[in-house]
Design a protein around this ligand. Structure first.
Ligand code: ADP
Length: 632
């Protein structure tokens, strides 16, 4: 019989898995139980929604059997089962997103942690098994199939027979070595411990045969000293079957929440925050929500699907209900269980469902309040959160043209020139100088680069706090916000932002007026520049750039770098330090050597571009001009 090979990516991931990517190999059992439970869910759901299917909830169970002699551990479920095709599709490739996982891993230089973010579930069994046999019969079929694999060498699928619908998975445990003992998975007590720890909430009974020591019924009741016992083997249900979200908060430890989270959402890093809320009222529901501790590998891609699991009284009806989360909180993972949601809710009806809307609104409030609480009481934790998902909050403001401002504005952080760390807008406004009526910001590639900008220097000198924006969405976000607490935002590189007194302003205007003709001539060599003028903003630097209107240089750079972006032009102003010796030189050239004035102007302008971190359009011309002057 010809062996089928695992898809290439799967094989590589498989190698990683088997060579113990997970430090904790116990989790293989949780993965298999979780699959079994999902399979039962599917069949149970059928029985609830399809009148032709007559099944009773109490008939469903997951069995674990231990065969010490042959060193085989068997996990059996009477769920929906798999057809031949499904065995091939589902167990032949590793997680549906296998290929993108592999790409990601290559990019991240084989960061093996990322594997934990995937449903590699079934394959984790190869951490403990040298061979796995999956015997499955799909619901509605009278044929069964056997899938066999040793992990490394591909797999075979053959027709087989099986009395009941469902799936039986046999793990032939690896041989013990000097350092590794796999026999532990043949110890009922060990199995029970793992089930209790990771799968306690599974809502179907997980049953195992267990030896119990019992007092013999026929023991001589009068003889206290010698109580007779016997050992009986009987079925024991290992799990409590109460979903974790149905328990009250004080019954559940953080460790249990974390274990549940990593099981359900394939994330092996603990969440930053767990929100467990029970709401009774107009609509009643239980929600268990998690804010992840890091960005999921695909979060900022199109592939990422937001949503919460939706349960109707304990029965899963949708895996990712997108309507329960606004886009700006799309990073939240978790579930909602409500008796008020109909089991037969279709995707189309969902959007109009009033109850669902009420729940969504209430959840949004809850998430917001939780984030505010972290911000207030755990700044370090909040910064970690913001590093991961701050971009999404900013995007939420920018993409809704300001509609979500009220929800999100107090959750934002920006780097402060004064505190040298990130602050909120509230903190900025509370610390404004007397008479200051604007929130100043500067944008650029990095904090360090912004800090060196000539425009920023003067604000710092006069002890104005400046927010440094270096995420590409920052400035767009600020523009969508428009104002905070009645204070408008102002880019320090905007030509009309000035810290001058009226007298200073007047003096400067006069100087500009006097040099008007010189500037017009200079402009002839710089068609892309709208205005050239003197400034008193600069201390030591000869020149800087600013812009008129709404589009800053940074925004121009970003918008033009977008694939669809049309050619956006900022209205550029070249500002020359009126106190710099170069001014005398310019005036001299204007009087005596008008041709040279154009060359000097070009050099000055390109210097200003370099300072701003912008590219120089014609580097050859620039270097030739400089060399010309140097060689004189
Ligand atoms: P995941 O559970 O994350 O999808 P797995 O590798 O654990 O990834 O399983 C792959 C698929 O195989 C499952 O999505 C499911 O369709 C199928 N499967 C696994 N175990 C069972 C089972 N016991 N009964 C029915 N289908 C199963």
């Amino acid at each position: 019989m010809k062996k089928k090979q695992f898809k290439t990516e799967s094989k590589k991931i498989l190698d990683l898995m088997i060579n113990s990517v997970y430090t904790n190999r116990d989790i293989f059992l949780r993965e298999l139980i979780s699959n079994a439970s999902d399979a039962i869910d599917k069949l149970y759901y059928k029985s609830l929604t399809d009148r032709k299917v007559k099944l009773d909830k109490d008939d469903f169970c997951i069995r674990i059997d231990v065969d010490k002699e042959n060193r085989v551990l068997t996990i059996t479920d009477n769920g929906i089962g798999m057809t031949e095709q499904e065995l091939d599709d589902n167990l032949g490739i590793i997680a549906k997103s296998g290929s993108s996982l592999f790409k990601e891993m290559n990019e991240k230089k084989k960061d093996v942690n990322i594997i934990g973010q995937f449903g590699v579930g079934f394959y984790s069994a190869f951490m403990v098994a040298k061979e796995i046999r999956v015997l499955s019969r799909a619901y509605g079929s009278d044929k069964a199939y056997l899938w066999v694999s040793d992990g490394a060498d591909g797999y075979t699928i053959t027709e087989a027979s099986k009395e009941e619908v469902g799936t039986e998975i046999k793990l032939y445990l690896k041989d013990n070595t000097e350092t590794e003992n796999y026999d532990e998975y043949l110890e009922p007590r060990r199995i029970e411990g793992i089930v209790k720890k990771y799968s306690d909430y599974v809502k179907y009974p997980i049953i195992m045969k267990k030896e119990e020591t019992k007092i013999k019924d026929d023991a001589d009741k009068n003889n206290d000293e010698e109580v007779k016992t016997e050992t009986v083997v009987e079925d024991k249900t290992l799990n409590s079957m109460i979903p974790i979200w149905k328990k009250s908060e004080d019954e559940v430890t953080q460790e249990e929440y974390n274990a549940f989270y990593s099981d359900k959402f394939y994330d092996f890093e603990a969440p930053i925050k767990t929100i467990h809320s029970k709401v009774e009222g107009q609509v009643s529901y239980d929600a268990l929500l998690f804010i992840p501790g890091h960005v999921p590998y695909d979060y900022y891609t199109k592939e990422y699907e937001k949503g919460l699991q939706l349960y109707s009284n304990g029965v899963l009806i949708m895996d990712k209900c997108a309507d329960l989360l606004p886009d700006y909180f799309s990073f939240v993972k978790g579930l909602v269980d409500s008796e008020d949601i109909s089991l037969n809710l279709s995707r189309e009806m969902l959007q109009q469902d009033r109850q669902l809307k009420v729940i969504a609104r209430s959840i949004e409030k809850k998430i917001k309040a939780t984030l505010e609480d972290i911000l207030k009481n755990d700044r370090v934790g909040y910064e970690k959160f913001f590093d991961a998902f701050g971009m999404q909050l900013k995007y939420g403001i920018y993409s809704s043209y300001g509609m979500n401002n009220d929800t999100l504005k107090d959750l934002l952080l920006f780097y402060s020139s004064r505190d040298k760390k990130r602050i909120t807008l509230r903190e900025y406004v509370d610390n404004m100088k007397d008479g200051q009526d604007k929130i100043y910001y500067a944008s650029g590639e990095s904090i360090d680069k912004i800090d060196l900008l000539p425009n920023v220097e003067r604000f710092k000198e006069k002890d104005y706090e400046v927010l440094y924006l270096c995420d590409y969405v920052d400035e767009f976000t600020i523009q969508a916000l428009m104002e905070y607490d009645g204070k408008k935002f102002a880019n320090v590189a905007s030509e009309d932002v000035s810290l001058d007194t009226p007298e200073e302003k007047e003096a400067l205007e006069k100087k500009n007026e006097e040099a008007k003709d010189m500037f017009s001539l200079m402009k002839e060599s710089l068609p892309e520049v709208k205005t050239i003028k003197f400034t008193n903003k600069l201390k030591n630097h000869p020149v800087c750039l600013s812009t008129e209107g709404n589009i800053s240089l940074e925004m121009q750079k970003i918008m033009n770098s977008m694939p669809t972006g049309e050619d956006v032009k900022a209205e550029i102003v070249l500002e020359i330090n009126e106190n710099h010796p170069i001014v005398d030189k310019l005036k001299d050239l204007y009087e005596n050597d008008k041709d040279k004035l154009g060359d000097y102007t070009k050099i000055l302008y390109n210097q200003a571009r370099l300072i701003e971190g912008l590219s120089v359009e014609n580097p050859t011309e620039l270097t030739n001009l400089i060399c010309d002057i140097m060689s004189k």
